[in-house]
Write a protein that binds this ligand. Structure first.
Ligand SMILES: *[C@@H]1O[C@H](CO)[C@@H](O)[C@H](O)[C@H]1NC(C)=O
Ligand SMILES: *[C@@H]1O[C@H](CO)[C@@H](O)[C@H](O)[C@H]1NC(C)=O
Ligand SMILES: *[C@@H]1O[C@H](CO)[C@@H](O)[C@H](O)[C@H]1NC(C)=O
Ligand SMILES: *[C@@H]1O[C@H](CO)[C@@H](O)[C@H](O)[C@H]1NC(C)=O
Ligand SMILES: *[C@@H]1O[C@H](CO)[C@@H](O)[C@H](O)[C@H]1NC(C)=O
Ligand SMILES: *[C@@H]1O[C@H](CO)[C@@H](O)[C@H](O)[C@H]1NC(C)=O
Ligand SMILES: *[C@@H]1O[C@H](CO)[C@@H](O)[C@H](O)[C@H]1NC(C)=O
Ligand SMILES: *[C@@H]1O[C@H](CO)[C@@H](O)[C@H](O)[C@H]1NC(C)=O
Ligand SMILES: *[C@@H]1O[C@H](CO)[C@@H](O)[C@H](O)[C@H]1NC(C)=O
Length: 451
């Protein structure tokens, strides 16, 4: 992407003075929401080159990591679900099938250096969504959506680690990747989210037991604390006795949909209602003047490429929660509507005059940033406003057509199919720098949040 930098300020000024809303959005009109979503989806997919001759289907170009492509195709499944527009279905299916890896479980040997449990999970959750919304099934003989989600679940359940911290998933799958000692909320939260949804879809209570187990473990080390705030992670070298207390919107979102789905799976149990309601209430830390924002990095302009996309998942999972826990509907919409308005308004940047930045709280002023994350977050929050007229998730006994395989992914031991010498010294050093940076950010946030 190329933008003429000098235009940035001019565009913002112009937009400010003329009150231009470059992605028009009337939330009372389904057509208007669909039109806005169509524009946002189109502009996001301009970043995708995986379907060009010679490129690899499913991959985004640098600086985007592999997981974000899985997240992006999840957004494209949502796009079809909300709008009915099939324009991107083929390219989405191609990508989701190309990346399954030799064991059809989203462990692709090309990505060993970038495959943590969370990375794998974003692809698995896209497949889960495809099953739940009856996204067109892959041809016979190809891996099927439900089986792919089950494969991701099975490989992760086999990694449940009781050696330290009383349980939990490590962030990383492979010991050679930096962060192998970290046990974090996004890995465990995605596993919880996936397990609860598999329980609902299949009716198989084994998945629900795993969801309960992962919830209980996260509570036990206070990754989810007694006030239902969700913190980033802990370290198994200290047996998870201290936490990195930074809060990210996607962690809260992953827990919310998992809890809401468990509420539904348990036929509305009081225990899961309380948890769901409390998690929902505590998402308020991610709102400023009623509009969603990434509290840990946005106002200080420190969000990295990954973090620029996180509001996409809080939006996505809040909206989906209303289908399984309808009591959430009013509070969710009261947050998604102003957020969508803010998101669309600031998509006013770049050469095309409608590029989205990250800050939804500043009306029509574009913040000068752009990327897949910014487009995806705006797309998800805008299209989520169609949730009322969207069909709830199907299950195997209520219209679901995806073919599963409870044994998918097998009982393969971790890394069996991989060359564990794949990471070079340079990669490890690079990862060390990344950790140092995250740590600095974390320290400054601790200061910021305590001040
Ligand atoms: C790749 O996909 C995009 C979006 O669906 C489409 O516009 C483009 O024509 C496709 N390119 C090729 C080479 O198929
Ligand atoms: C893995 O990398 C090879 C070599 O670049 C490429 O041919 C292949 O398509 C890639 N497969 C996946 C799933 O990324
Ligand atoms: C580590 O933490 C777990 C769970 O909190 C606890 O059961 C275990 O005894 C601890 N291990 C050590 C060595 O302290
Ligand atoms: C929920 O209700 C259904 C239908 O009444 C029943 O079959 C199922 O066992 C119940 N599930 C739980 C967890 O109570
Ligand atoms: C469970 O979800 C279904 C839709 O998938 C919904 O109709 C039902 O009301 C929900 N159950 C509860 C207890 O909210
Ligand atoms: C969440 O907030 C609502 C509205 O203020 C309140 O009724 C509900 O009791 C709260 N839930 C929990 C678990 O505190
Ligand atoms: C955006 O700014 C314009 C002009 O100042 C104002 O009329 C409008 O109400 C603002 N919109 C929001 C959502 O604050
Ligand atoms: C899903 O439903 C089909 C028939 O509708 C049935 O044959 C199959 O066993 C069910 N699968 C599971 C996992 O319950
Ligand atoms: C339920 O799920 C578990 C875990 O994947 C699996 O081992 C078991 O075979 C499943 N049961 C049925 C009836 O599908």
């Amino acid at each position: 992407m190329r933008f003429v930098r000098s235009l940035t300020a001019a565009t913002a000024l112009l937009a400010g003075s003329q009150i231009v809303q470059c992605i028009p959005l009337d939330l009372d009109s389904e057509d208007s929401i669909k039109q806005a979503a169509s524009t946002l989806a189109h502009d996001m997919m301009l970043y995708y080159t995986g379907n060009n001759t010679g490129d690899i289907p499913g991959n985004l170009p640098a600086p985007y990591y592999w997981w974000e492509a899985g997240a992006m195709f999840g957004a494209m499944i949502d796009y079809w679900y909300y709008t009915g527009d099939p324009t991107y279905n083929d390219v989405t299916t191609q990508a989701l099938l190309f990346q399954v890896g030799p064991d059809e479980d989203y462990m692709t040997p090309n990505q060993t250096k970038t495959t943590g449990n969370d990375d794998q999970a974003f692809w698995g959750l896209a497949a889960m969504t495809a099953a739940e919304v009856n996204f067109p099934n892959p041809p016979k003989g190809q891996p099927q959506w439900l089986a792919l989600a089950q494969a991701v679940f099975n490989t992760q359940a086999a990694r449940w680690d009781t050696q330290t911290c009383g349980g939990g998933l490590k962030w990383q799958v492979f010991p050679f990747n930096n962060g192998y000692n970290y046990k974090n909320s996004i890995s465990n939260g995605c596993f919880f989210n996936l397990a609860s949804r598999l329980a609902k879809y299949t009716g198989n209570n084994t998945y629900a037991e795993w969801a309960e187990r992962s919830w209980d473990w996260m509570r036990s080390i206070n990754l989810v604390d007694e006030n239902y705030f969700v913190y980033d992670g802990s370290d198994d070298t200290i047996n998870c006795t201290r936490l990195n207390r930074i809060q990210w919107s996607y962690n809260a979102g992953a827990m919310l949909l998992g809890a809401a789905t468990m509420y539904n799976h348990t036929n509305g149990s009081a225990v899961w209602e309380e948890r769901t309601s409390a998690l929902m209430n505590h998402t308020d830390v991610f709102y400023q003047d009623g509009v969603m924002f990434e509290v840990a990095c946005e106002n200080v302009n420190r969000c990295n490429v990954d973090q620029q996309s996180f509001k996409a998942y809080l939006s996505r999972w809040m909206a989906a929660s209303t289908k399984v826990a309808p009591f959430l509907y009013d509070s969710v919409m009261a947050r998604l509507r102003p957020s969508a308005r803010g998101a669309a308004a600031q998509c006013s940047g770049g050469d095309n005059g409608r590029t989205c930045g990250m800050k939804w709280t500043q009306n029509v002023t574009w913040d000068g940033t752009y990327g897949v994350g910014q487009q995806m977050a705006a797309l998800e929050v805008v299209q989520s406003n169609l949730i009322a007229s969207a069909r709830g998730p199907v299950t195997n006994s209520s219209g679901g057509t995806s073919v599963g395989n409870p044994a998918a992914g097998g009982s393969r031991t971790v890394g069996a199919a991989f060359d564990t010498h794949g990471a070079t010294q340079a990669d490890r050093i690079g990862a060390g720098f990344l950790t140092a940076f995250v740590l600095c950010l974390f320290m400054s946030m601790v200061w910021y949040m305590n001040s």
